[in-house]
Design a binder for this molecule. Structure first.
Ligand SMILES: [Zn+2]
Ligand SMILES: [Zn+2]
Length: 291
């Protein structure tokens, strides 16, 4: 049984429609796939229809931008009620921050000698509600400024580079509490991937668990074997669920093919059990696995 719990569609910065992600998941031999677009549940309905159609199990989720001690931390939220008011409020602020950030980033890039327009970025966005740096990266690639998205981030868009602009993000511990109250299960995505390693040690994971954290995404392309061993040990000691996933973005991210990392069936069952506990405590209609 192959379980991949972290993928992106055009509802954020992936390159395929939500339905096509489900069809690709089936073609890749996956049994269970999590759709986790950034800060949005916009792809859920289309994905659910396609998942039923092709016969793949869909776990609706999202990957929420949070911050902890000044560092960006991505939080995977599985099966929350997407209409839970506190969650809707925070996602609205996060998405508004992304959009407002666009003009500021374009201005800074122009000051640094790279001329791109808002229209060019919006052309890349398509129907996505989550305008983000990957879309600007795609414009930089299309204009030949850089060779690929990775280079665009490294040279222009990451923290400390000319195009970087800070934006609104909820505190990680507060968002974990919101996701839990919304009946969902919160899992830290690629914790040691992008400059957030120093804020996510065992003591911090223990504190976040007190706020409701359910799991850690251990098996991810951002982690080498040594990181995975250390994170697995921390998760076991804290009784947190261990997940693994591809972080698939279609053609938007190389070396993140569907199923390149997977979650074990036993850990998947634990994740669903924890989500069910939170849903029962929340006493509200939550998202359900599509089978
Ligand atoms: Zn992420
Ligand atoms: Zn992701």
């Amino acid at each position: 049984m192959l379980i991949d719990l972290h993928t992106h569609s055009r509802a954020s910065d992936g390159t395929q429609s939500p339905g096509d992600v489900m069809r690709s998941a089936k073609a890749a031999g996956l049994d269970v796939v999590g759709l986790t677009d950034h800060d949005s549940a916009a792809g859920w309905d289309e994905a659910a229809a396609a998942a039923r159609d092709v016969g793949v199990e869909l776990v609706p989720g999202m990957e929420i931008s949070t911050k902890l001690y000044g560092s960006g931390v991505h939080l995977l939220a599985y099966l929350p009620d997407p209409n839970y008011p506190a969650l809707v409020d925070e996602l609205t602020k996060i998405l508004a921050g992304r959009t407002g950030r666009l003009a500021a980033m374009i201005g800074q890039l122009r000051d640094a000698g790279v001329d791109i327009t808002e229209e060019e970025v919006l052309d890349q966005v398509g129907g996505s509600p989550a305008i983000g740096r990957p879309h600007i990266a795609d414009v930089l690639v299309a204009k030949g400024v850089v060779g690929d998205r990775t280079q665009a981030f490294a040279e222009w868009l990451n923290w400390g580079r000319p195009g970087y602009v800070t934006r609104y993000a909820t505190r990680t511990d507060a968002m974990i509490a919101i996701v839990t109250a919304a009946g969902g299960a919160a899992v830290i995505a690629h914790p040691w991937g992008r400059g957030s390693r120093h804020v996510l040690d065992k003591d911090t994971f223990a504190e976040l668990r007190e706020r409701g954290l359910v799991g850690i995404e251990v098996d991810h392309q951002d982690h080498d074997d040594h990181d995975r061993d250390d994170l697995r040990r921390i998760a076991e000691e804290l009784d947190l669920v261990i997940t693994g996933a591809s972080d698939y973005h279609g053609t938007g991210k190389v070396d993140h093919d569907l199923g390149c990392n997977v979650t074990s069936p036993a850990e998947y069952e634990r994740l669903l059990a924890r989500a069910a506990e939170n849903a029962a405590r929340a006493r509200r209609p939550v998202a359900e696995v599509v089978r």
